[in-house]
Design a protein around this ligand. Structure first.
Ligand code: SAH
Length: 233
């Protein structure tokens, strides 16, 4: 089923307008065809009742729900030097139910803050597209870039993904019932020794992923996937 963003009209209708209406038309949706409309943290089952030149009016038929993972994951992701990789991380984070992504500036990451701020609009477009594709009704919070030195272990569980760590893998951790996780992922060149030591001293727990060294985007996707699927109650 196709899903769009809508704006409410009266008690039981939504309008699809602007850019969303362009998408709607491109998909050749007909009157009466069931579609989903995202609004206010919910997905509604709707049927277009009139399709005009600039908008479609859709009647609400029911609510498809407002699923959310029971664990809130904040991903502190070192920005890859190949900046386009961050697009993929935003898309997959949306599909996987991450609540917040914090672009992290480290010694070996992409470091130009100004360029990152200019990317916000593009990332918003990417996560909203991923929301529709995955039927996710709540927004992804993308915060302003942050220096790794300012990172504090402010979550219930604060994890540092660390490919040099020899101990317990993430998959073996008891994540049952955990509700709030901060996950830190390094850049392609890894964290410097000082950076990872400082994070550990602050209280971040080093954890590895099996079996090999992963690219930063793979580590982020797998890490989040494990947490979202194993945590919560
Ligand atoms: N070039 C570095 C690898 C960095 S991989 C090296 O040679 O060591 C990029 C980031 O992904 C790492 O900083 C870490 O946060 C995460 N990562 C990659 N593979 C991992 C693994 N097997 N276990 C835990 N974290 C991993």
């Amino acid at each position: 089923m196709h899903i769009f963003f809508g704006t409410p009209q009266g008690k039981d209708r939504f309008l699809i307008q602007g850019e969303e209406f362009q998408h709607f038309k491109a998909r050749r949706i007909r009157k009466g065809e069931p579609i989903g409309i995202i609004w206010g943290g919910n997905v509604y089952l709707c049927e277009p009742e009139s399709i005009g030149k600039i908008e479609a009016v859709c009647l609400v038929k029911g609510r498809l729900g407002s699923k959310k993972p029971s664990v809130s994951v904040t991903l502190y992701q070192a920005v890859p030097v190949e900046l386009k990789t961050f697009d993929l991380i935003i898309q997959k984070s949306t599909e996987l139910g991450v609540m917040k992504v914090v672009p992290l500036i480290t010694g070996r990451s992409f470091r130009n803050r100004h360029v990152l701020m200019k990317r916000m609009h593009r990332w918003t477009r990417i996560y909203r597209e991923a929301m529709k594709q995955s039927g996710r009704a709540y927004e992804l919070d993308i915060s302003e870039p942050m220096e790794v030195g300012s990172l504090e272990p402010e979550h219930e569980l604060n994890i540092l993904l660390d490919n040099f760590y020899e101990g317990e893998p993430l998959g073996a951790m008891n994540l049952k019932g955990v509700r709030d996780v901060g996950l830190v992922v390094g850049p392609e060149g890894g964290f410097s020794e000082e950076e990872s030591e400082a994070l550990r001293d602050k209280g971040f727990i080093s954890v590895k992923l099996e079996p090999h060294t992963l690219r930063t985007e793979t580590a982020a996707i797998v890490g989040v996937g494990i947490i979202v699927n194993l945590a919560g109650s």
